[in-house]
Design a protein around this ligand. Structure first.
Ligand SMILES: *[C@@H]1O[C@H](CO)[C@@H](O)[C@H](O)[C@H]1NC(C)=O
Ligand SMILES: *[C@@H]1O[C@H](CO)[C@@H](O)[C@H](O)[C@H]1NC(C)=O
Ligand SMILES: *[C@@H]1O[C@H](CO)[C@@H](O)[C@H](O)[C@H]1NC(C)=O
Ligand SMILES: *[C@@H]1O[C@H](CO)[C@@H](O)[C@H](O)[C@H]1NC(C)=O
Ligand SMILES: *[C@@H]1O[C@H](CO)[C@@H](O)[C@H](O)[C@H]1NC(C)=O
Ligand SMILES: *[C@@H]1O[C@H](CO)[C@@H](O)[C@H](O)[C@H]1NC(C)=O
Ligand SMILES: *[C@@H]1O[C@H](CO)[C@@H](O)[C@H](O)[C@H]1NC(C)=O
Ligand SMILES: *[C@@H]1O[C@H](CO)[C@@H](O)[C@H](O)[C@H]1NC(C)=O
Ligand SMILES: *[C@@H]1O[C@H](CO)[C@@H](O)[C@H](O)[C@H]1NC(C)=O
Length: 558
C-alpha cells in the first residue's frame, strides 16, 4: 500500500509534534535523546473554596475545585504567558474525569508543556489523614482520571497524594500512600503508559520534624513495585533576599544525597516579601542542586490563599494581569540553562532503600493494605448481608453517625468493628476496610442483627436498614466464604478500571494548592465521617460473653 505523500508528510509532522515520553533512570529524568529533563513551570489551578481549618497553624483545605483543563478559553488565554516563562510543565491538583480536556491538553502539548496531574479530588476523593484508608472509592477516582488522560502525550506524572502526612501522628497514613503508588503503578503498566507515579510531600522543619526524611525513604523503599517514580517536595525555604544555598537548601540537599529516585520541588516560592525575587531559580537549576534535584514548579499561577498568585485574571475572564512577581520569575526562568549531566548512559542505576523503622515520629508499618477489591465488596453486598444498609448511599454525615452508633452498640456486645477498620501503625487491615461505606455499614448492621439473634428490632437503625430474612445465617456464612475465596492470593493485584459500586466515603479532601511558608500544607486530607475508624466505639467493649455464642454469618468467619 502506498500512502499519499501528503499523508506521509502529515504523519511525520504529527509525530514530530508529539511530546516524547520522559523516563527515569536511577535518580534522574531523561528525554529519549538521552538528555536530562528538568521540571520547570508553575502550578496551574484556581483556588477552591476554603474554610478555616480549625487547627492552629494548619493550612485551610479546599472543599471544592475548579478543573482548569476543561476551560478551553482559559487555557488559550494563559498559554502564551506560561510559554513566555520558557516553562515545560504545569501541575494541576484536581480534575473532573467525566469532562473533556482535549482542547487544553492538546494546546499545552503543542507548546511543549507536560502535565503533572494529582489524582485526588477534595473531600471524598483523597486519602484522609485523619482516618486513612485505601478504598475502592478512591481507586475508582484515581483510575477514572488516569483513563481520561492516558490519551494525551504530555501526561508526565500522576500524584497519588499531596501533603497527606504533615505531622508525626499522620505518618500513619504512609502505608496507604505507598499502597496507592503500588496499585497505580501496576495500573499504568497494564495500560502501557509511561507516566510516572509521584507524591508531593510537605516540608517540615529541621528542628521540630523528624518525619519528612523517613517518609521520603519509606516511599522509595523495599521494592521497585511499591516505590514512587518521582518524589515531590513542596519547599518554601528560600525567601528572597534572605535566601541562599547554604541557609535555604544545603540541609535539604544533604538529607536526600542518597535518595534513589528523581526528586523535584513540587511547589516553591516563599512569599515573605512581595514581589518575590525568584533568586533561588539559578541555584535550583545549578550545579549545587542537580546531583539529586530535577527542578521545580513555582506556586501559583492563579491567585491562591496566602498571596501566592503570580497573576490575576480580569473579572470577565478574558485577560491576564501580571506584575513584577511575574516578570521577575519570567526573567529568572528564561535565563536558565540546563546542565546536561550526567548523560543517560552514565546515570548510575539505583535500588530501593531500606524501609525506615517505626518510632514515635514515624509510625508507618511496612505491612501495606491490600489492593482495593471492588468485586469482593460487591460479592458481600449481594449475598452475605441479612441486614443491609438502605439509607442514603452518599450522605457521609448520616453514615458517620451510623458508624459511631453501630460500632458502639457492637462494643457493648463484646464485639468490635475491626473488620472494617484499617490501621497503618499496626499494619492491620480488616477484610472489608477497603470497601465503600454502604458495604461496611451493611456488614456492621448484619453483624449486630445476628448477634441479637435476628431480633426484628435489631435491624432498624432509625430506618436506615431493612432485614432480609431470605438470607439465612448459613447462607450468609457460605456466601462470605465464597467471597473471600475469590480474593486474589496475597490481596495485591493489578486493578482494573472503574469498579462500580456505591461511591465510597473512604477518603477526603485533597488537593488544592497552597502552602504556608516553611511548613506548608495544602491538601492532603480532610476530616470526613466520624471517629469510628479510631475504634473509639469499641472501647466500651466489656464482657457480654453470653452473646459470644451467637456469632452468626459473616461474623463467624471474620
Ligand atoms: C464532574 O462534572 C459532572 C458534569 O458536570 C458533574 O455532574 C460532577 O458532579 C462533577 N464531578 C466532580 C467530582 O466535580
Ligand atoms: C471566570 O472563570 C471562573 C473559573 O473558571 C468561573 O468560576 C467564573 O464564573 C468565570 N466568570 C465569568 C464572568 O465568566
Ligand atoms: C492581584 O489582586 C490582588 C488583590 O486585589 C492584589 O493584592 C495583587 O497585587 C494582584 N496581583 C497582580 C499580579 O496584579
Ligand atoms: C543569567 O544567567 C547568567 C549565567 O548563569 C548570569 O550570569 C546572569 O546574571 C543571569 N541574568 C539574570 C538576569 O539573572
Ligand atoms: C525516628 O527514626 C528516624 C530515622 O528513620 C530518625 O531520623 C528520627 O530521629 C527518629 N525519631 C525518634 C523520635 O526517635
Ligand atoms: C434478599 O437477598 C436475596 C438473596 O441475595 C435477594 O435476591 C433479594 O433481592 C433480597 N431482598 C431484598 C428485599 O433486598
Ligand atoms: C475484635 O474482634 C475480633 C474478633 O472477635 C478479635 O479477634 C479482636 O481482638 C477484637 N479487636 C479489638 C480491638 O477488640
Ligand atoms: C438514618 O439515620 C440518620 C442518623 O441516625 C437519621 O437522621 C435518618 O433519619 C435515618 N434515615 C432514614 C431514612 O430513616
Ligand atoms: C492504630 O493502632 C495504634 C496502636 O494500637 C493506635 O495507637 C492507633 O490509635 C490506631 N489507629 C487507628 C486509626 O485506630
Amino acid at each position: 500500500m502506498h500512502l499519499p505523500q501528503a499523508l506521509i508528510a502529515l504523519l511525520a509532522a504529527t509525530s514530530a509534534l508529539a511530546l516524547p515520553q520522559v523516563t527515569k533512570q536511577g535518580r534522574y529524568l531523561f528525554t529519549p535523546d538521552g538528555n536530562r529533563f528538568y521540571i520547570k513551570g508553575v502550578s496551574y489551578q484556581q483556588q477552591g473554596t476554603v474554610s478555616a481549618s480549625g487547627v492552629p497553624g494548619a493550612f485551610p483545605e479546599p472543599t471544592d475545585f475548579i478543573d482548569p483543563l476543561v476551560d478551553a478559553q482559559g487555557c488559550a488565554r494563559d498559554l502564551p504567558y506560561i510559554t513566555s516563562l520558557k516553562a515545560n510543565a504545569i501541575r494541576v491538583y484536581s480534575v473532573n474525569s467525566s469532562l473533556n480536556h482535549d482542547s487544553c491538553m492538546n494546546a499545552f502539548s503543542q507548546a511543549g508543556i507536560y502535565i503533572i496531574l494529582d489524582l485526588a479530588i477534595p473531600v471524598t476523593g483523597s486519602i484522609n489523614r485523619a482516618q486513612p484508608a485505601w478504598t475502592t472509592g478512591l481507586l475508582d477516582v484515581y483510575t477514572a482520571t488516569i483513563d481520561a488522560f492516558l490519551q494525551y502525550d504530555n501526561l508526565l506524572a500522576v500524584n497519588v497524594g499531596n501533603e497527606v502526612v504533615n505531622s508525626d501522628a499522620t505518618t500513619e497514613s504512609a502505608p496507604f500512600i505507598k499502597a496507592a503508588a503500588r496499585d497505580i503503578k501496576a495500573y499504568l503498566a497494564s495500560k502501557n503508559s509511561g507516566a510516572l507515579v509521584g507524591y508531593a510531600s510537605t516540608d517540615g522543619s529541621d528542628t521540630t520534624d523528624d518525619w519528612r526524611d523517613p517518609l521520603a525513604n519509606y516511599l522509595a523503599c523495599d521494592s521497585e513495585a511499591t516505590s514512587l517514580d518521582l518524589y515531590g517536595l513542596n519547599n518554601y525555604r528560600w525567601c528572597g533576599s534572605t535566601g541562599s544555598f547554604d541557609t535555604s537548601y544545603a540541609s535539604t540537599v544533604a538529607a536526600y544525597s542518597n535518595y534513589p529516585i528523581p526528586a523535584y520541588f513540587s511547589e516553591f516560592g516563599c512569599v515573605q516579601d512581595l514581589p518575590r525575587l525568584w533568586n533561588e531559580v539559578p541555584v535550583l537549576y545549578g550545579s549545587q542542586m542537580i546531583g539529586e534535584w530535577s527542578g521545580g514548579l513555582a506556586f501559583s499561577y492563579f491567585p491562591a490563599v496566602g498571596g501566592y498568585g503570580l497573576v490575576n485574571i480580569s473579572s470577565d475572564n478574558t485577560s491576564v494581569i501580571t506584575g513584577s512577581d511575574w516578570s521577575l520569575l519570567q526573567s529568572e526562568f528564561s535565563n536558565v540553562t540546563f546542565i546536561e549531566s550526567p548523560a543517560e548512559s552514565a546515570a548510575p542505576a539505583t535500588s530501593p532503600v531500606a524501609c525506615p523503622g517505626q518510632n514515635s515520629s514515624f509510625l508507618a508499618s511496612t505491612s501495606l493494605p491490600p489492593t482495593p477489591d471492588a468485586a469482593k465488596c460487591a460479592c458481600f453486598r449481594d449475598s452475605a448481608f441479612s441486614c443491609p444498609y438502605t439509607g442514603s448511599p452518599t450522605n457521609t454525615d448520616i453514615q458517620g453517625d451510623l458508624f459511631n452508633y453501630v460500632c458502639n452498640a457492637l462494643g457493648q456486645q463484646g464485639a468490635n468493628c475491626s473488620i472494617i477498620a484499617a490501621n497503618g501503625t499496626t499494619g492491620t487491615y480488616g477484610i472489608l476496610a477497603d470497601c465503600d461505606a454502604v458495604t461496611q455499614l451493611s456488614w456492621a448492621f448484619s453483624y449486630y442483627y445476628e448477634l441479637s439473634n435476628r431480633n426484628a428490632q435489631a435491624c432498624d437503625f432509625s430506618g436506615n436498614a431493612t432485614a432480609n430474612n431470605s438470607i439465612t445465617t448459613d447462607m450468609a456464612n457460605s456466601a462470605a466464604s465464597a467471597c473471600l475465596a475469590a480474593v486474589p492470593s496475597g490481596g495485591v493485584f493489578t486493578p482494573t478500571a472503574s469498579s462500580a459500586g456505591p461511591s465510597g466515603t473512604g477518603g477526603s479532601t485533597g488537593p488544592n494548592p497552597s502552602s504556608g511558608s516553611g511548613s506548608g500544607s495544602g491538601g492532603g486530607s480532610h476530616s470526613g465521617a466520624s471517629a469510628w475508624r479510631t475504634e473509639a466505639g469499641m472501647v466500651g467493649a466489656v464482657a457480654a460473653s453470653a452473646v459470644a455464642a451467637v456469632i452468626g454469618a459473616v461474623i463467624a468467619l471474620l
